[in-house]
Structures are given as structure tokens and as C-alpha cells.
Design a protein around this ligand. Structure first.
Ligand code: NG1
Ligand code: ZN
Length: 544
């Protein structure tokens, strides 16, 4: 009752704005920053409860990723460093929308009872806090802190301005009982990068590679990359749109989302960069795409998207496994996870390479969960969010093998492969997709293969595609199945889509309700851009 009193008092300082209903979507709560403080305060409470429940450290990140600078958002990292468990999402919605403090306290006490959460003990809960560079982040972080500390015994630990993946990484390592400061993160990625560089075949080392130019979206990723690059040898990175004063506005005409959707150069890039290897991060550095600028006056680029980053990673991992399988006869289960938005040419290519490919619905939580089923699971969304997961049992097999080989066949091809896989598991962020570790892995693999960005891009040719969105009154009226590739409801709609698709060579199209906006998304692919545009448009007409 002491607890209820404190909650009531604190909550009355954060009244909810009238007439706003908000929901914990694929990426947490997101909205215009001016209406978010009550939501963030309440998510602070939720994070503390989650920490009490799991008896682990929880993360709370203030960011709106690639959205415009005036937006902000909040999401929670679970003990593993992954997304908040889906089971708690409905409770998050209830909390955020509770009309007044009395209601809020009632909800909390009912939920605590149901989940067997008791409010005792000093420092029985801890939440790590992070935020991106948005100006609204400072006061929202304070709201989160107030929410956390209104739960008796809960500790709020500010980790400063971070990329989203850094915060997830910290939560993961803290819960493993390891040191998890930002400096530990930097050390781990630069050490494992150095190892991977050392394991490059000798004949490749001679080939010098030109510098990489990175668009930092004027956000936190650019700032952190400036730190990382100083610790690297053998790789020169030039950061533009790094978030320094006067360079430009966060996500405005820059960043991975802009580059992937518009297929033109971000601000700060142009014809002087023709042919050079360029990359683009999003506003909180959990997405990464590559590109090179095409010759011509219209600033067009050749995009190397998440699907191609996935393909590059898959080829490299597979190459290591072939070396291992050959000598050990040990079968390692490698799985590739994509969504229906993956370019059809990428899926065909991966299958042709003999890889096992599965589709899941859109949303990192689905991809991550699926990838987790394999010894090694690689997942990516076309928009550039993805990572590689190693199962605990496979990692311990690798460790054992590494020791055995050190005494029996030091310096063998097989030992090198084991070491490479171990280093990849250290470099890549296994909590969530991470543009900083992603960029380092791409760079190592390009050196390993001796490929230019053009050669990489030629692995396969993307099918022309088009995405449209249709505003609807009720997006929940559309229900899909089969990883969102087929409409179940309304009846007859799928037949109509099939009918349109049949008119095109290489045609493919699907629709689904967005998880972040009040729209139905339409996707279409065909053998030419005109046909893809046309197919998308005619399918959209059936949705209206
Ligand atoms: P929705 O609005 O559900 O399509 C979008 C992206 C997802 C993911 C989430 C979270 C597309 C087509 N959809 O989801 O991939 O990134 O936002 O940010 O890119
Ligand atoms: Zn992001």
C-alpha cells in the first residue's frame, strides 16, 4: 500500500494527453515526442516490473529510429537482449492507455498479482537506460527514470547516448555476469574484427582496399562510428552526416531508410563518389545498407540492401562450414530467414546456393525467433535490419573443437574456419541487428573474397519492385497467412490478387496490414519496373 501511494503520487505528474490511443507495435511505442512523456513514464514502470519478474536486468531505449527528428519512441529489451516478450505487449498497451493514476495503479496491482510479482527488497530490480541524439530524449529519459524509481527497490542506471543495439548488447552481457560498459562493447567489436582480418587467406592480404564512406544519418551511429574507426587497422572509414553541429538534421534526406526507399544518394554524397563503396546507417544504427553512386545527373544509386548483406554473410559462413563438414562429418544446421519483402531474386539465389530459406511475418521478433532454431541462423529484412545467431550448443562445440585442433593440427584450414566462426559470433551483435558490427563484418568478408562493391552487387540482379500504401478505415480487416503472402480475409481478395499477378512474367505481389502505421501495404515485383509499378497499382485498387 506504501507502493500504491508512491505510484499514485508519481503518476499524477504525468497525465496522459486527451484523445490519444497508443499501441506497442513492432518497434515499441512511437509518436510525436510532445505527447510521449506519460507513455515513457509508464513504460519505465513496466520495465521495472519486468526486471522484478525475470530477476534480471532490463533495458529501456528512447528512440524513434529512422523517423523524423520531432518524433520519439520507447522500447524495452528483455534479459537476453532481445525484444520484450510478446506476452507482455497487451499489458504495455493497457498501461499506456490507462485513463488516470487510480486506474493505472489498479492495473499494476492486478497484473503483479497475476504474474506473482512482489514489491520487496532493496535493489531487487534494475533497468539500463539509453537514448539516441534526439533533443526530446533528455526529458523523456527523466520520465522513464521517474517511472522506474516509483517501483520500490528499482534502480535506474543511465548508460548515456547510445545506439539501440549497444543498449541491447549491454543488457545481454550484464545478464551473463560480464562487464558491459560501452568501452567493453567497443573492445569486443574491434578485437574480433582484428582477429577476422588476421584469418584472411594470405594471398588476399596484398590487395589494398579503398576507403569506405559511411552516411551516419546525422545520428548516434555516425558519432559512435567515429569512435570505432580509431581502433581499427587495415580499414579506413570516412564518416559523413556524423551528427556534428551544422552537418544536417537527423534522418532528413539521409540514412538507410531514405536510401533504401528513394534509391538516390543521401545528402552529402554526389557525383564525386561515383563507383565508391558507400554505406548508410539509420537514426539509431540498427539498420545498414550499402550503395554505390551511378554516373549521371539524377543522383541515382545502385542499392546493396539487407538481402545482399544476408547473401554475403551466408556465403562466407557456408564456406567455413564446408571446410568443417568435410573433415569432421559433423552436420551443422544453417538456416536463412527472410520475410516476404525479400527480393525474389535473393531468395532464388540463396536456394540455388543450396541454402535452406524460410519466410516469417514482418517484424524482428518473428525473424529472430525463427533464426534461433538453427545451429547458425542468419536473418535480415530487406531494409537492412538483421544479424547472425549461434546456438549455445554449437558455440560450445566450436570452443571444444578449437582446443582439440590447437593440439592436433595447429594452423590447419579447419582450425582457421573454427576460429573465424568464433570471431564472427563475437563481432556480430546476437541481441539485435547492429549496423556498427554489421559494417565491420561486411568489410572483412569483402577483403576475404577480394570483391569490390560492384562484384558483390552482381551476385544476383534484384527484380524491379514497388511498395505502395493504401489508407484504410480499419487495417485489421485484412488477415493474412503463410508468412503474410496470402490473404484469408476479406474473402475473394486473394483470388483477385492472383488474377493480377498472372498477367505478368516473374510477377509476385502480396498485401498486409502495417504494424506501425494505419495503412495496408502493397508489394509487387515483376520483370520490369513499369510492370512492377503497374501490378502494385492494380492490386492496390482491389484493396480500396
Ligand atoms: P510495418 O509498418 O509493420 O510494415 C515497418 C517495416 C518493418 C520493420 C518495422 C519496425 C517494412 C515493409 N516494414 O513495419 O520491416 O522495420 O517497421 O520498424 O519495411
Ligand atoms: Zn532503427
Amino acid at each position: 500500500e506504501h507502493q500504491a501511494g508512491i505510484l499514485l503520487e508519481c503518476a499524477s505528474k504525468y497525465p496522459i494527453p486527451k484523445g490519444v490511443k497508443i499501441s506497442y507495435g513492432t518497434a515499441g511505442f512511437r509518436a510525436d515526442a510532445s505527447i510521449l512523456s506519460s507513455t515513457v513514464f509508464r513504460v519505465g514502470i513496466l520495465a521495472a516490473l519486468r526486471s522484478l519478474k525475470t530477476k534480471s536486468v532490463i533495458g529501456l531505449m528512447i528512440t524513434a529510429s529512422h523517423n523524423q527528428i520531432s518524433d520519439n519512441g520507447v522500447k524495452i529489451a528483455d534479459p537476453s537482449g532481445g525484444m520484450l516478450t510478446q506476452e507482455w505487449e497487451p499489458f504495455a498497451d493497457l498501461l499506456a492507455n490507462a485513463p488516470d493514476p487510480q486506474n493505472l495503479v489498479k492495473l499494476i496491482s492486478e497484473f503483479a498479482k497475476k504474474e506473482n510479482i512482489s514489491f520487496t527488497g532493496v535493489y531487487s530490480a534494475e533497468v539500463l537506460l539509453g537514448r539516441d541524439t534526439r533533443p526530446s530524449g533528455e526529458s523523456l529519459l527523466e520520465a522513464a527514470r521517474q517511472g522506474i524509481t516509483s517501483v520500490v527497490g528499482a534502480l535506474a542506471t543511465g548508460m548515456g547516448i547510445l545506439t539501440t543495439p549497444q543498449l541491447h548488447w549491454m543488457v545481454r552481457y550484464r545478464n551473463k555476469g560480464k562487464s558491459s560498459l560501452e568501452s567493453d562493447y567497443f573492445k569486443q567489436i574491434s578485437n574480433s574484427f582484428r582477429c577476422l582480418m588476421d584469418y584472411i587467406p594470405r594471398e588476399m592480404i596484398a590487395s589494398e582496399m579503398d576507403e569506405l564512406i559511411v552516411d551516419g544519418a546525422n545520428g548516434v551511429g555516425g558519432e559512435k562510428l567515429e569512435v570505432v574507426k580509431k581502433t581499427l587497422s587495415g580499414l579506413v572509414i570516412q564518416v559523413r552526416n556524423s551528427g556534428k553541429e551544422g552537418e544536417g538534421v537527423l534522418n532528413q534526406g539521409v540514412g538507410a531508410d531514405f536510401v533504401q526507399k528513394e534509391k538516390i544518394v543521401p545528402s552529402g554524397f554526389g557525383q564525386i563518389d561515383v563507383g565508391k563503396r558507400c554505406a548508410s546507417l539509420d537514426g539509431d544504427a540498427d539498420r545498414l545498407v550499402y550503395f554505390h553512386v551511378l554516373l549521371g545527373s539524377n543522383n541515382k544509386i545502385e542499392l546493396v540492401d539487407g538481402d545482399k548483406i544476408l547473401s554475403l554473410f551466408a556465403l562466407y559462413i557456408k564456406q567455413q562450414l564446408i571446410i568443417l563438414n568435410k573433415e569432421d562429418g559433423h552436420h551443422v544446421h544453417l538456416g536463412i530467414v527472410q520475410t516476404a519483402y525479400a527480393n525474389g531474386a535473393s531468395t532464388d539465389y540463396l536456394k540455388k546456393m543450396g541454402l535452406e530459406v524460410v519466410l516469417t511475418p514482418t517484424g524482428v521478433k518473428y525473424l529472430h525467433e525463427k533464426a534461433y532454431e538453427y545451429d547458425i541462423g542468419i536473418y535480415f529484412e530487406a531494409n537492412g535490419h538483421g544479424t547472425i545467431l549461434f546456438s549455445a550448443s554449437f558455440l560450445s562445440w566450436l570452443e571444444t573443437r578449437n582446443k582439440e585442433l590447437a593440439s592436433t593440427s595447429e594452423g590447419s584450414e579447419q582450425q582457421l574456419s573454427v576460429k573465424r566462426l568464433l570471431a564472427v559470433s563475437e563481432l556480430i551483435n546476437q541481441a539485435v541487428g547492429d549496423a556498427l558490427s554489421g559494417v565491420l563484418l561486411v568489410e572483412v568478408i569483402l577483403r576475404h573474397t577480394g570483391w569490390s562493391i560492384q562484384r558483390w552487387s552482381e551476385l544476383y540482379q534484384d527484380l524491379p519492385s514497388r511498395q505502395l500504401k493504401v489508407k484504410v478505415v480499419d487495417r485489421t480487416a485484412v488477415i493474412t497467412t503463410n508468412a503474410e503472402t496470402e490473404v484469408v480475409k476479406p474473402a475473394g481478395l486473394q483470388a483477385a490478387i492472383n488474377c493480377e499477378v498472372a498477367k505478368y512474367t516473374m510477377g509476385r505481389s502480396f498485401i498486409r496490414p502495417s504494424g506501425t502505421e494505419d495503412v495496408i501495404r502493397v508489394y509487387a515485383e515483376a520483370s520490369t519496373q513499369e510492370e512492377a509499378d503497374h501490378l502494385a497499382k492494380s492490386v492496390a485498387q482491389h484493396v480500396d
